[in-house]
Design a protein. Sequence first.
Length: 402
Amino acid sequence: MTTTTITTSTHTAEFMLDQLQVIKLSIRLWTSSKKLRPEDLKLADGTILPPDTLASLGTKKTVNPKQLLEFTRIKKEAERICLESGIRFIGGFANPSDEIPRIVNELDELSKLFNKEKERFLNEYSASTEQWVNQHPDFADAIRKAIEPVASVERKLVFDYTVFHVSKPKGELGDSLNRHTLSLSDQLFKEIAQDAKELIDRSFVGKDTVTARVLNAFRRMRDKLNSLGFLDYRCFAIVDEIDKILVSMPKSGPYNGSAYHALFSLGLLLSDPDKVKAHGSGLSQSSFPGNDQDIDGQLLTIDDAITESDDVAAAWFTESTLFMLDDYSVTQYIEEDQDCDKDEDSKSPQLQAQINVPALTELDAANAIVFNGAVQQPVLNQDESSVDQQIPAALQSTDMWF
């Protein structure tokens, strides 16, 4: 019999900061946009322009915007790299310290690509501006007046980054940083939810089949939760759930039918940060093996977790069951013994979800709970006065500590 350890305690801000380093991107792009002036416009006689206090005339371009798209792509790629295992934090991207070498290497490669594209663009700058003027002969003078010198453009195209470690100052000066740090887990679940929503809109809505690219998207969410799991104990339970679903998928796509619906349900769950936290909380506090019924005798699925109210830690599983100690929001799973004979199992009495609340008054959900030993089947059809006897032996043994 293995020992299951459940921890629901939260780490201090100092602990979290010790595990993190922040990457600050300093990427500046030049857009060629210049303020449009009244003299740039060819107006009919008698036309009156609104004053500046009422409306703005907008901007004009001095080169073809398509010439600058590669710089924008590189900047987005840099942000993607920083978010792959990190989250937004105080103007930068907080990442686990062990991920920093990989990120730095990838950013260095992007920096080389950025500078190569910058060199190409500057070498072609004069020709590009002249070509743009020729494409808009009616506004040639307006464009030429706004063209910047190449040296000025060179200074405005920048790719750089800084890596630093954040430490909390002593006293009240650290209160603001403390609040930002302790909110990192909420930020993590929000970013996962945003990724899941985009995946659903892009790959699921209006379709009945998905490809292996969807599995890769879920793996990226899974890896991010795993790398930042020290921010919130619920992350690891969600990682395990994602693993279970991905492992159950056929080796190759496309994925339809039950596989499609399992992935769709997973996406819907991950797209709601509150449901993810409730679901992860329930899964993290599970420990007991048992039958296939929940407290209402109904199988609980991911779809149930999506529709459950926010104050209930719903859970999904395929070959496990649960009962819930509502007063303490403790959800415990009872896994089937795969080696037992199915015929004998069908004759076994079903575990009833009855609770001895007084026996659990010392439970502190903020501390770790260790359970040893097997769960004993209760005696059925007892009255309320004997409900204490229906608490599993593991809960009453000296192996459980608070």
